[in-house]
Write a protein of this length. Structure first.
Length: 288
């Protein structure tokens, strides 16, 4: 591929330990797990393509999670203290903008204290600390491979990849949330497609010769409020198989869109819809 201002050279196939987050996400020729989820309902290919062409600017809502990733994983943007009583002043806004322009994460002192406390809680959790032990792994590893059935490029960016392991490869993935309880996380697995992510990571590990069919992704989920509780969660077999099927549908969609240059939205013809089942059952008893 010839590089231009609009089409940077796609990273080579295989594993990379030196790609920045920006370089990884700049590759429009490959499909990631999060991208695959964006291609499927309730989203659509048009939204996926728009977000590729118009990357979202940094948002305050993502700062806590990104800052925690930096301290927990040991890699990521610089945390920059904006030590002003209020961020609504012109001077404070300029300081925040400057921090973001430098690629950093602007934070207040209590926010920096919070993410340090979160990192400390991770280190106190026996399993989470072992999974993220810097003596046996490294953060932010990127991989690229060819999908056999379609020939498209697929990609993955592991939060953490073990460099030494005995037995099955266990790939930890760190996430922050407001509620890390089992009940809440069951809902989040469905809402955010973590079962799809787990299946994607398994296939990535096999394609990149990192692990076998017994590879497993474990979510290290941490609450963003004290005492910053940690829950290490695996996704069961059936949920992963459903995720694998959804991934395949997304891959086929991506391949078709890449081949045709058409990234459809919700359709060009009327979509005839029904009442939700609960509303139909309620109203037909009263009005029919």
């Amino acid at each position: 591929m010839t590089a231009t201002l609009d089409t940077p050279i796609a990273p080579a196939l295989g594993l990379h330990d030196d790609l920045t987050n920006e370089e990884y996400h700049a590759d429009k020729t490959s499909l990631s797990s999060s991208g695959a989820r964006k291609l499927l309902p309730p989203s659509c290919p048009a939204k996926f393509r728009y977000e590729q062409d118009h990357p979202q600017p940094a948002k305050k809502t993502f700062d806590y999670g990104n800052a925690a990733h930096k301290l927990v994983l040991g890699n990521g943007p610089e945390l920059i203290l904006v030590d002003r009583p209020a961020w609504t002043t012109k001077a404070a806004k300029a300081e925040v903008a400057e921090a973001r322009a430098r690629g950093g994460i602007p934070l207040k002192q209590h926010e920096i204290d919070m993410v340090h406390a979160m990192a400390a809680a991770i280190r106190r959790h026996p399993l989470a600390a072992a999974l993220l032990d810097p003596a046996y792994g490294a953060p932010e590893q990127s991989g690229f491979w060819i999908d056999g059935p379609t020939g498209i490029r697929r990609r993955v960016r592991f939060d953490w990849l073990p460099s030494i392991h005995s037995g099955p490869l266990i790939i930890p993935d760190y996430k922050t949330t407001t509620d890390a309880s089992n009940d809440a996380m069951e809902k989040d697995i469905a809402k955010y497609g973590y079962n799809c992510q787990a299946a994607w990571y398994e296939e990535a590990a096999q394609a990149l010769d990192l692990g076998g069919k017994d590879t497993e992704m474990l979510l290290i989920v941490q609450e963003k409020t004290a005492p910053y509780l940690v829950n290490v969660i695996g996704v069961d077999f059936m949920s992963r198989e459903i995720g694998r099927g959804k991934n395949r549908a997304a891959i086929e969609t991506f391949a078709d869109c890449m081949a045709t240059g058409n990234w459809p939205g919700y359709g060009d013809e009327p979509n005839y819809l029904s009442l939700p089942g609960w509303a139909e059952n309620r109203d037909k008893e009263i009005y029919l």
